[in-house]
Design a protein around this ligand. Structure first.
Ligand code: 4GX
Length: 240
């Protein structure tokens, strides 16, 4: 997977994608992150990329020219069969487990990080293949959401996680939260690890975990259970 990131702040990406699983995925060649400074396609001596909105109103809007040229330049420089231009924005479809899995299937993602009040509508309509949000909150730019996409997608790339299928074995794969985990010591400050986990009875442990997962989900995220294979997007995704 190649992640081409178009941003006014390339240096924000230095560090967060260097360590851990993502850093290793890059070192092993499963993932390439390429940063593109939008100013490179800016206009004039000051490399301007934004302007005031027609019709008035506060704030600035990213102009279409630099963003279109950035994508064209990336595609010319490195053509692939299946790529996807993703605009990060609070107006986008909310990203979830299934969405991440789907994005991981592309050979390349071109992630457009907006700033200010947003982007010219023609970017949304004619350049981006899709618009994604990481949640119903407003950030100062699309950079952190782009990092979240790269981080979450990396887990699904073949060879990145130790064992095949590990990406699916954690929370949300089955639409439930994880049951509690304990590690050594067996007693900590008067609080004991549930005996069943120390019993060696793998059948009983599996049943306990399934029960706790349902309980945790019911208490913390009842919305995840309110799908019986119909009605919600996740419910329908499960049907496939
Ligand atoms: N999930 N923001 C983007 C500027 C902007 C607005 C519209 C393009 C179109 C956000 C989110 C998010 C704030 C990033 C506004 N760019 N992005 N920015 N939530 O809040 O993705």
């Amino acid at each position: 997977m190649i992640a081409d990131i178009v941003t006014l702040f390339p240096s924000m990406f230095f560090g967060p994608l260097d360590g851990g699983v993502v850093g290793r995925a890059r070192a092993k060649g499963h993932l390439a992150v390429r940063l593109h400074d939008l100013r490179r396609w800016g206009e004039g001596r000051h490399r301007v990329v934004d302007d005031a909105p027609y019709g008035g109103g506060g704030g600035m809007i990213l102009q279409p020219g630099p963003l279109f040229e950035a994508v064209e330049s990336i595609r010319e420089q490195y053509p692939v069969e299946h790529d996807r231009v993703v605009l990060l924005s609070p107006q986008g479809r909310k990203l979830d487990h299934q969405g991440v899995k789907r994005l991981a299937g592309f050979e390349r993602l071109i992630l457009l990080c907006g700033r200010y009040e947003g982007v010219d509508e023609r970017v949304r309509e004619d350049l981006a293949d899709e618009e994604l949000s990481i949640g119903d909150l407003v950030l100062t730019g699309g950079e952190l959401p782009a990092m979240m996409v790269v981080d979450a997608v990396a887990r699904f790339l073949p060879g990145v996680l130790g064992c095949p299928g590990a990406a699916e074995s954690e929370s949300f794969a089955d639409g439930l939260l994880e049951s509690p985990y304990y590690t050594r010591p067996p007693e900590f400050r008067g609080r004991r690890v549930p005996e069943v986990l120390l019993s060696g009875d793998h059948g009983a442990i599996a049943r306990w975990r399934a029960d706790r997962a349902r309980e945790v989900t019911r208490n913390k995220r009842p919305d995840l259970l309110k799908r019986d294979g119909s009605g919600t997007r996740q419910g329908r995704a499960k049907e496939r």
